[in-house]
Each structure stands twice: as structure tokens, then as C-alpha cells.
Design a protein around this ligand. Structure first.
Ligand SMILES: [Zn+2]
Length: 444
């Protein structure tokens, strides 16, 4: 059903799409019929040509294999492709123009953004009268799952759900800065420990509802086998590629990020994409307000969900990132993500009673004017190649969240400022579970 209404929305944007091909780029390929740019002139002076620069690749990314786009030839119309790109995926309208040349029936995608001589991948659009087909994906949208028997007590039957507890726990909590302690004799607030508690509740509850639940991390330990000290050489090479001076301080900071974010999330993505192949992934996080040099309480406490999108120009310029964005566009994960998120927002809002969060428009893009739903390009929601809902409820350094973390996983209800509440982990999980149940009951 939602595909129809989306079709209406992108139809409105078709009018502007004729303006998309950059005239300068179009004329530079005007001689061919959308093929590779001519390299004849370059060939004659081959010996004097400088060697190809190293490709522009994200931290710990891999050189992209452009044949991964082959199954999507003629599977999406020009209008839909451009709609998704502009509406959700790029931060600013022009951010893709340097790397994509639009023709009426195809788009030429630069294979190496800093070296046009490496050529262009040619993606043909779906011809007008061809029925769209979604090919080559391991996940199934709700309407492709078996119908439910009437009044089924297992509305999530046959569904495979990956639950991803954000960050790392145990001795590793201090390595990725998502932890703090305020006051003597208090329990430390550690995001990686808290997300695992929610994940375990979801594992139990979603399994009871018929789903097959797989956790990307079932313990407090990292999934990646890399450690910070193993990544110093990689960090130095990355900084040099990005034209930064590899001082020892910067190498150490980059190696730390490479471990806690890049290497850890890429290891989880390998699990998701190669082993689990789920129908959807839930990335669990708790939010926090910036606290400067010393952790302190802040006034905000809010909720929002993220889907993948809002790529900055420098991210589209990364060759592997550009391919990963295109795979999400061509698999049409957007529609499933938005519809799912709409249902989960409503139940999570009921459970938590939290107001929406706001981005200033630079690193988050508002989706369909829903204050609770934003798109951002995060490594997990880009790399897990299925619909991904990324949760950011509760600010951990709000005084009430802190008090609820101190109260732990109690049974029943406890009073906070005159309101009786479930423990924070169960409340979070219940909001997610109810939304999933509503969505799959209605759409399968
Ligand atoms: Zn987080």
C-alpha cells in the first residue's frame, strides 16, 4: 500500500529531474552513447601519465566491486532513482552531481572519484512499460511473508530479525566514550551495557512472538578480532590518504575510532550480511546530550529513530560508500524502513512519553516531516544490507534517565516524579515490540 502513495510523492519531483545532468559533465561525454569516456588521447601519452591515485575509501572500507550493481540493471526507473537520491539519500541536492552523469535512459557512475580514467559504471534505468522487479536481496518486505492465520498469537512467525546492541560493554566501555559516572556511589552509565540489556529482552519477547532473533553481540566483548594496537599502521595509511599529517596523537585517536567504530561495525555487518541475512535489523542505542569536558546533567530528554540517508558530498565521494548507498537505493529499503519506523515511533512514544529530537539540518535530514524520523549515514545503517531501524531514545545524562539506570531492571512499576514506570530497559523493548507487532499484523 505505501508504495502507491510514495509513487505519488516522487511523481511530484519528476518535473525537476530534467535539470539533474550537469551540463559540463554531459558535454564531456557527448560523443559516446553513455559508454565509458574516451581515453584515446591519454593512451598516446601513456608513459608520461602519473600513476592512478589511491582510491578514496572510507575507514577500513574495501575497494568496491561495481559488478554488484549488475543484478539491478533496468530494475528502477529514472524518476524513482532520482526521487530516492534527493528525497532521502543526499544531504544537499547537488551532492551527487560530480560522480553521476544522468542520461535519459541510464546513469554513469564514476568508479573512482579522484580518477575519472578508471571509468564509469553504466546503470540502465527501467524502461517505461517494464514491470518493476526487485532483485538480488536477502531480506523480504512484510508483504512477501506468508499470510498469518487469523488471530495468530505469533505475528512475527517466519521473520528473521537481527538485533544489534550498539557499542561494546565490560572493560571496553571506556574505549568508545559512551559512558560516564556522576556522583559518588552511583552505578556508571554505560551505553554498551544498557543496549545489551534491551537486546536480551527483545530476543526473549520477539522469539515468543514467532520471530527468529539473532544478536550481533551477545556478550559485552567486541565482535571484531582487531585491537587498537593492531590498527596503528592502518590509521597512519588512512590519514596519509586523506592528506592529514599523521602525528602520533592523531594516529592513536584514529586507531581508537577504527577499532571501536569501523572495525567493530564492519565485523557485525559481515555477520548480518553473510550469516544472518535477516529481514530487518534493529540497532539499539541510547542518546546523550553533549557534556563538554566533564559529564554533567543536561535538560534535554528525547526520542528519535534514524534510517540511512543524508550522505554529505565527501561521503558520496568515497567509492565504497557510493556503491553502498546505491545498493540501498536499488533494493528499495527506504519504503520498508519508513513504514516500519512510523509504526514503531507511535508505540515507542506511547511507552516513553518522550518528545522528538531535532537536527539542525546539517547531519540529519528530516523524513516526511515526521519530527521523530530522520535520515543519517551511519556505518551500521549503511552496511547492514536490509531495512535498518536505528534507535536513539532517552538522553543518558538527563537526571531522570540517570535515576532510572540506577534503579536497574526491577519487576513491576516504580515511581519517578509521581509517575509509575516500568524499568527503562523493558519500557524501551516494549515500545519496539508493540510497533513491530502492529506493523506485521497489518502488512503481511
Ligand atoms: Zn550509541
Amino acid at each position: 500500500m505505501f508504495i502507491k502513495s510514495t509513487a505519488k510523492r516522487f511523481a511530484l519531483l519528476i518535473i525537476g529531474s530534467q535539470l539533474l545532468g550537469s551540463p559540463a559533465l554531459l558535454t564531456s561525454f557527448a560523443s559516446g552513447d553513455g559508454g565509458e569516456p574516451s581515453t584515446e588521447k591519454e593512451a598516446t601519452k601513456e608513459e608520461t601519465v602519473a600513476p592512478a591515485p589511491s582510491p578514496n575509501i572510507a575507514r577500513l572500507g574495501r575497494i568496491p566491486d561495481w559488478t554488484r550493481l549488475d543484478p539491478y540493471q533496468e530494475s528502477m526507473s529514472r524518476e524513482e532513482f532520482i526521487y530516492l537520491l534527493r528525497h532521502c539519500y543526499v544531504r544537499n541536492d547537488g551532492d551527487f552531481k560530480d560522480y553521476m552523469v544522468f542520461r535519459h535512459d541510464r546513469v554513469l557512475i564514476m568508479k573512482q572519484s579522484n580518477y575519472p580514467e578508471a571509468g564509469y559504471y553504466e546503470l540502465r534505468f527501467k524502461p517505461e512499460n517494464k514491470i518493476p522487479e526487485v532483485k538480488s536481496r536477502f531480506w523480504r518486505p512484510a508483504n512477501e511473508l506468508n499470510d498469518l492465520p487469523e488471530n495468530s498469537s505469533k505475528p512475527l512467525q517466519d521473520l528473521v530479525i537481527a538485533v544489534d546492541p550498539g557499542h561494546i560493554g565490560g572493560e571496553w566501555t571506556t574505549w568508545d566514550d559512551r559512558h560516564f559516572k556522576i556522583g559518588k556511589d552511583t552505578i556508571a552509565v554505560e551505553e554498551g551495557v544498557m543496549t545489551l540489556k534491551v537486546a536480551k529482552i527483545l530476543e526473549r519477547d520477539l522469539t515468543q512472538l514467532g520471530a527468529t532473533v539473532v544478536l550481533t553481540r551477545a556478550t559485552e566483548n567486541p565482535v571484531t578480532a582487531d585491537r587498537i594496537e593492531d590498527l596503528h599502521d592502518e590509521a597512519r595509511a588512512y590519514l596519509i590518504r586523506k592528506r592529514k599529517t599523521p602525528s602520533s596523537g592523531l594516529i592513536a585517536a584514529t586507531a581508537k575510532r577504527m577499532f571501536a567504530i569501523s572495525s567493530e561495525i564492519r565485523a557485525r555487518a559481515d555477520l548480518v550480511n553473510e550469516n544472518f541475512k535477516p529481514d530487518l535489523a534493529l540497532c539499539l542505542h541510547f542518546n546523550a546530550s553533549p557534556w563538554g569536558s566533564r559529564p554533567s546533567f543536561r535538560k534535554s530528554n528525547h526520542l528519535h529513530l534514524l534510517i540511512n540517508g543524508c550522505y554529505a558530498a565527501y561521503e558520496v565521494a568515497e567509492d565504497d560508500t557510493r556503491l553502498e548507498m546505491l545498493l540501498r537505493i536499488l533494493q528499495r529499503v527506504y519504503y520498508e524502513e519508513v513504514a516500519l519506523a512510523d509504526d514503531i515511533i507511535s508505540t515507542l512514544q506511547d511507552e516513553t512519553d518522550l518528545p522528538a529530537a531535532y537536527y539542525d539540518g546539517t547531519n540529519g535530514k528530516s523524513i516526511n516531516d515526521n519530527d521523530y524520523l530522520w535520515s543519517r549515514n551511519l556505518l551500521a545503517n549503511r552496511m547492514f544490507l536490509c531495512p535498518v531501524i536505528f534507535f536513539e531514545p532517552y538522553c543518558m545524562n538527563h537526571v531522570e534517565t540517570h535515576a532510572r539506570v540506577q534503579a536497574g531492571e526491577y519487576r513491576g512499576l516504580q515511581e519517578f516524579k509521581g509517575v509509575f514506570r516500568k524499568n527503562i530497559y523493558q519500557e524501551y523493548a516494549d515500545g519496539v515490540t508493540a510497533g513491530l507487532v502492529n506493523y506485521f499484523r497489518r502488512n503481511r
